[in-house]
Structure formats: structure tokens, C-alpha cells
Design a protein around this ligand. Structure first.
Ligand code: ATP
Length: 356
């Protein structure tokens, strides 16, 4: 039983709740992402787990032991922060060896472990370089090697890739994920980038205003978001204010489409929204080859990036974004009349944002 459990964790700064009654279990060996917009409390929650912040209320339990009052340096967790905090005056090898030296690991064992870690991060030939002489991606790897040097049971990563350019960032996402899986180390990562969370996580914890909005596997959250906030935050989506009358969904332009027989109705009170992802909107050139739920419209924008196409369709009263490919819709152009088909099985009804 080495999993991490948070029970009713709350953190108030004066009167404001940064974290508001969070309950969470992080399973062994999994990578869990805390995802949410700026200010939703991700970093505060991570700092509470690390022991760098004391919660106003609630408990942090790891491997069956209550750690709530245990200081950071006695939790034995590995950490990598946005700033990396590598020691600039030390070499790569000295940086990686640092936590081992603190723990009194003897010189030979230390050298062997450092060599093993440098092999793991594919920088064995850079042991004697100063970290200031490394590229951003190499520094990132050194920070991770240092964090896992003393084989921590839990690895905490707070936006560790945010300083990298897009391409390197994507490469490091895969690298960290593969390393994490190979080591089987339970990892929590904070990010505000939903693509990063979808790429790396076994489970995503979506946070909104200090609370957990939804916890689940990336694709489950993408396909079945609990509300408009989560739907909007995870991936692109068409989200329309609608009415529902049992078997028909009333659209903003006055049109209506058929509902799916097994469609779930949100049990929260208030307005409802229709969610349909762009890849589920089918573009047809004529009504004859469109199925049920085809709406006439006109193409108002086409973003063709070679491998994929994103089209905006004005459906008289609202617009839809459709994702397609050059093979499916070879001659799509602005101004073209089309039919946008919204297959009933791909339509979801979700609760509107509370403030609407
Ligand atoms: P970001 O993505 O911008 O880092 P975040 O989701 O990590 O945001 P937190 O840094 O956890 O958010 O902050 C949550 C809330 O708590 C914010 O409103 C923030 O202003 C507030 N907060 C955080 N730390 C403190 C502090 N030391 N004193 C007062 N308020 C704080």
C-alpha cells in the first residue's frame, strides 16, 4: 500500500481558498497530471504533497503513513520544478550525485549510480560538463536524473517542460513518459497544457477554482467530460446552448436534430449544452449523401495544414468547427455550401458552466 492519498485537503491564503476540499488517490506506478487554468490551485496542491506548504486542513498519506506534518526533506520525494534549480557551479555528474552525497552514499556507490543515471538519460559523455554548457533539453534530463537518483517512491514534476520550445517539449514528453514507465515510479505532474496531459498521463485531475472538476483517463475525460468547463478545457469542441425535448435537440438557429436513444441528460440543474468534437462533424457536399442530422451551412474558413484540415461552417445561427483530411474533403473552399452532419451517437449533452 504505497499509494498517495489526499483527504479533504484545503489551503486558504487569508480568506481565499487556493485548494478547496480535495480528495484524491494516486495509484502506484501511475503518472497523474494536475491540469487546469492559471490560478486553479495545481501548484499549491503539489507543494502540499511535497511538504513545501502546510494545508489549512486535511491529510496527506503515503504508504499508509500520515505525512501531513512531515517536512519536505524527510518525505524522500524526487522533485523537478519549472526553474530546474540545478547548481550552475557543479558539473552534470556532481549535480546528479548531490542527493546521494546528502544521504551519505559512499564514493564508489555514488559513482556507479551516477554512471547508471547518465546512461539512462543518454548523457554519459557529458559527466564533466558544467550544466551551464548544456542545451535546455539536456538540462531537463539532468534535473530528472537528479530527482530520481536516490530512487524516490514518488516523483513530483511542476511544469518541468514549460521553458522548452514546442518541438523539444514534445520530444521530452515522450522521453519522460517512457522513463517513468520503465522505472514504474509513481509520478505527479502539474501542467496547464492539455495536450501534454493527454500525451503523458495515465490519469488526469482537472482542477477548477481549487476543486477537482473531474478525474479520469485522458480519453474518458475527452469523450465524457462532466461539464462545459471540462469539455472546453480538454481539446477543441463545439459547445452549443440547446434545448432537449426527449427525442429532439433544439439548436440555437431554431433547427433541431434527433437525439440518440441512449443519450445521457446531465443531472445538474441549469442550462444544458451540446458537445460535439470537430472530428465527429462530417462534411457532406450534398444532402443526398448526408445521413440523419445534416444541417445546411456554408464554409467560412479553411485551415489546411497539409495533413489535416479544419473548417468553420456557418449553419445559420451558430458556427461549427469540423476536422477533416484532404482525402475526405479534397476541394473544400471558403463560400462553398455544404451539409454538416452531426451523428446522434457523437452528440453529448453536458451541464453549462455555473456562471452562465
Ligand atoms: P499557475 O498555472 O498560474 O501556476 P496554479 O493553478 O498553479 O496557477 P496556484 O499557484 O496553486 O495556481 O495558486 C492558486 C491560488 O492561490 C491563486 O489564486 C494564487 O494567487 C493563490 N496563492 C498561491 N500562493 C499564494 C501565497 N503564497 N499567498 C497568497 N495567495 C497565494
Amino acid at each position: 500500500m504505497t499509494h498517495l492519498t489526499l483527504q479533504s485537503i484545503t489551503k486558504r491564503f487569508n480568506a481565499a481558498y487556493a485548494v478547496d476540499h480535495v480528495d484524491l488517490t494516486v495509484p502506484d506506478g501511475k503518472l497523474v497530471c494536475f491540469l487546469g487554468p492559471s490560478g486553479c490551485g495545481k501548484t499549491t496542491l503539489m507543494r502540499i504533497i511535497a511538504g513545501l506548504e502546510t494545508p489549512t486542513a486535511g491529510t496527506v498519506t503515503f504508504a499508509g503513513r500520515d505525512l501531513t506534518q512531515v517536512p519536505a526533506n524527510r518525505r524522500d520525494f524526487g522533485m523537478v520544478f519549472q526553474s530546474l534549480a540545478l547548481f550552475p557551479h557543479m558539473t552534470v555528474a556532481e549535480n546528479v550525485a548531490y542527493p546521494l552525497r546528502l544521504r551519505g552514499v559512499d564514493r564508489n556507490a555514488r559513482a556507479a549510480r551516477v554512471a547508471e543515471l547518465l546512461d539512462m538519460i543518454q548523457l554519459p559523455h557529458m559527466a564533466d560538463r558544467k550544466v551551464t554548457q548544456l542545451s535546455g533539453g539536456q538540462r531537463q534530463r539532468v534535473a530528472i536524473a537528479r530527482a530520481i537518483a536516490s530512487s524516490p517512491k514518488l516523483l513530483l514534476l511542476d511544469e518541468p517542460l514549460s521553458a522548452l520550445d514546442a518541438k523539444l517539449r514534445e520530444a521530452m514528453q515522450v522521453e519522460i513518459r517512457l522513463l517513468q514507465q520503465r522505472l514504474g515510479i509513481t509520478t505527479i505532474m502539474v501542467t496547464h497544457d492539455q495536450r501534454e496531459a493527454m500525451t503523458m498521463a495515465d490519469e488526469i485531475v482537472v482542477m477548477e477554482k481549487g476543486r477537482v472538476a473531474q478525474v479520469g483517463k485522458p480519453l474518458d475525460i475527452y469523450r465524457d467530460p462532466v461539464n462545459e468547463f471540462v469539455a472546453d478545457f480538454i481539446g477543441l469542441g463545439n459547445i452549443l446552448p440547446v434545448t432537449f425535448s426527449g427525442d429532439r435537440i433544439g439548436l440555437p438557429g431554431g433547427q433541431s436534430i434527433a437525439a440518440h436513444a441512449a443519450m445521457r441528460i446531465p443531472d445538474a440543474p441549469g442550462d444544458i449544452r451540446l458537445l460535439i468534437r470537430p472530428e465527429d462533424v462530417c462534411i457532406r457536399s450534398a444532402a443526398a449523401n448526408a445521413g440523419q442530422n445534416a444541417l445546411p451551412g456554408k464554409v467560412t474558413f479553411v485551415r489546411d495544414v497539409g495533413a489535416s484540415i479544419e473548417a468553420t461552417i456557418d449553419c445559420d445561427g451558430f458556427t461549427l468547427t469540423a476536422a477533416t483530411t484532404p482525402r475526405e474533403t479534397p476541394d473544400l473552399r471558403i463560400g462553398m455550401p455544404v451539409f454538416a452532419e452531426l451523428p446522434a451517437h457523437a452528440c453529448k449533452l453536458i451541464a453549462a458552466r455555473a456562471e452562465h
